[in-house]
Design a protein around this ligand. Structure first.
Ligand code: 13P
Length: 248
């Protein structure tokens, strides 16, 4: 089983709600067909870890963000050494951070490096906007993101990497991408990784799809060549829906 299903809770769920959701998922997901990673807010991570350790569940944790520095005067930020030992994964370069918080490709490259330096697996999100797709620039956008975002890590470090293709227009819109679009972009990403790092490393890098996924459309993506799993937003907040996706 090397499929990966990641739930990005975004800025939802207070501590008590998070506790309830994790407990329900733990009880409901009895026969997972994927490695399951939950990404609650920073506030809930310690509690989530406590639940996971005390019940010895298969659930794993990820953070939603990381600062590119390891410590210092950065009010409100969270650094890699604080996450180390608490989470295995960290989402980096999500389009909400690229667009709303204006994180550029260079900063995201430093965040990828901060993850690697702190032994966290970055889940690097890439994807084009509606305009870029309409202008025929979808592939160019994603390849440019990859080129800069991966510029601060070595070839060996790249084997500890997950890429998530999340077209901006599909996120939270209810308009999930056609599987043919996801197939084409996944193969483009894989080919890029193959050219850059060679087959052995490229084959180790899981490529996920994210954007308005739910229990009804998930199977169509999971069946695609080289698609290694899903990055689920809204549907990961509903324990029945998310549990079903993890057991398809
Ligand atoms: P939705 O599944 O809510 O569209 O969100 C996708 C996403 O942004 C996951 O990171």
């Amino acid at each position: 089983m090397n499929r990966l299903v990641v739930g990005n809770w975004k800025m939802n769920m207070n501590l008590r709600q998070a506790e309830t959701l994790i407990t329900r998922l733990r009880q409901q997901i009895t026969a997972p067909t994927a490695s399951v990673v939950l990404c609650p807010s920073f506030v809930s991570l310690a509690k989530a870890q406590e639940i996971i350790l005390s019940h010895k569940t298969f659930l794993q944790l990820g953070a939603q963000n990381i600062n590119d520095n390891d410590e210092g005067a950065f009010t409100g930020e969270v650094a890699g050494p604080m996450l180390k030992g608490l989470v295995k994964y960290c989402i980096v370069g999500h389009s909400e951070r690229r667009i709303i918080y204006q994180e550029d490709n260079e900063l995201i490259a430093r965040k990828v490096a901060a993850c690697i330096r702190n032994k966290l697996t970055p889940i690097l999100c890439v994807g084009e906007t509606t305009n870029a797709r309409q202008d025929g620039l979808a592939q160019r956008t994603v390849l440019d993101q990859l080129e800069t975002n991966l510029s601060e890590i070595t070839r060996d470090e790249a084997s500890n990497l997950v890429i998530a293709y999340e077209p901006v227009w599909a996120i939270g819109s209810g308009v999930n991408a056609e599987p043919s679009i996801v197939q084409a972009m996944t193969l483009t990403i894989h080919q890029y990784l193959f050219n850059k790092y060679g087959q052995a490393i490229a084959d180790k890098i899981a490529i996920l799809y994210g954007g308005s996924t739910n229990v009804d459309n998930a199977s169509a993506y999971l069946g695609l060549h080289k698609v290694g799993g899903l990055l689920v937003g809204g549907a990961s907040l509903n324990y029945k829906e998310f549990s079903s996706i993890c057991q398809l």
